[in-house]
Design a protein around this ligand. Structure first.
Ligand SMILES: NC(=O)c1ccc[n+]([C@@H]2O[C@H](COP(=O)([O-])OP(=O)(O)OC[C@H]3O[C@@H](n4cnc5c(N)ncnc54)[C@H](OP(=O)(O)O)[C@@H]3O)[C@@H](O)[C@H]2O)c1
Length: 251
């Protein structure tokens, strides 16, 4: 029997990949988990497998999320739901800019805003934000709007520690590099091709690796705040520098 103080969690983006693995890992730790995503069927299967409570709602639906926050006393909030797009800033449509900001950043801010006051009242809680190495590094091929939203999640995670200074509420940002999930298949619209291109020849992280990272932070002794974890596949590095020649054609 664990003596950790958390009883309930809310995990967004729970219907697949990292979010589903986090739900399973927290349930295994004896925590009641509320699982949020849009795909009702997948959530129902996850509920059968793990015993979580499914909520088929978009994180961008502020009223829907407010309804959940009103009825559930949330000890652990995992802001995991995220989307990406292909292409650079010029290729990204205005609608896609809105969608990425709405899901990756605005929803994280609003849900955190909904949940923090209750945590402060109870002086108990843990916010876990899943950002991305895209929020910390520039690299060619990444979608610029995705990078910007994840940088926002990084900044929020840091600043929240200042907001919550003096309270027992902990904040953890986990910044993964490549994890084998459906995100790349969704991006290029072909799961098989994504598997071939991104995973068959590259030993990537698995969702369970990030779920275990979340569990490490959440189940750590209350005196300890894991503020930031950058988690990469062993064979992947970040960084890199390009320098176009004077003669290079910008087009
Ligand atoms: N995989 C990687 O290499 C990687 C690396 C760094 C960071 N990340 C981050 O990790 C997080 C999880 O991604 P993943 O790799 O596990 O990808 P994934 O398998 O595509 O999962 C994304 C999840 O977000 C949910 N979601 C998307 N839009 C939503 C909305 N409007 N409302 C509620 N849920 C929504 C999806 O569920 P529904 O479609 O059912 O709503 C799905 O459960 C994301 O924030 C991503 O940016 C991933």
């Amino acid at each position: 029997m664990s003596n950790q103080p958390y009883r309930t969690a809310l995990v967004t983006g729970a219907s697949s990949g990292i979010g589903a693995a986090i739900v399973g890992r927290l349930r295994a730790a004896g925590i009641a988990v509320h699982a949020v995503a849009r795909d009702k069927q997948r959530l129902a299967r996850l509920a059968d497998d793990t015993g979580c409570t499914p909520h088929a709602v978009s994180v961008a639906d502020h009223d829907g999320m407010a309804e959940i926050a009103k009825t559930v006393e949330i000890d652990i909030l995992v802001n995991n739901a995220g989307q990406s797009r292909t292409g650079n800033i010029a290729d990204t449509t205005a609608e896609d800019i809105d969608a990425l900001v709405d899901v990756n950043l605005r929803a994280v801010l609003k849900l955190t805003h909904l949940v923090v006051p209750g945590m402060v009242r109870r002086n108990r809680g843990h916010i876990v934000n899943i950002s991305s190495i895209a929020g910390h590094y520039a690299f060619a091929g990444g979608n610029t709007v995705y990078h910007a939203t994840k940088a926002g999640v990084h900044s929020l995670s840091r600043q929240l520690r200042c907001d919550l200074y003096g309270s027992a509420i902990r904040v953890t940002e986990i910044s993964p590099a490549r994890v084998e999930t459906e995100v790349f298949g969704r991006l290029i619209g072909d799961m098989e091709e994504a598997k071939r291109r991104f995973f068959d020849e590259y030993e990537s992280l698995l969702p369970v690796d990030i779920a275990d990272s979340v569990a490490f932070a959440v189940l750590a002794p209350q005196r300890m705040n894991v503020s930031f974890m950058e988690v990469l596949p062993t064979m992947q590095v970040v960084g890199g520098l390009n320098f176009a020649k004077k003669s290079a054609d910008p087009a």
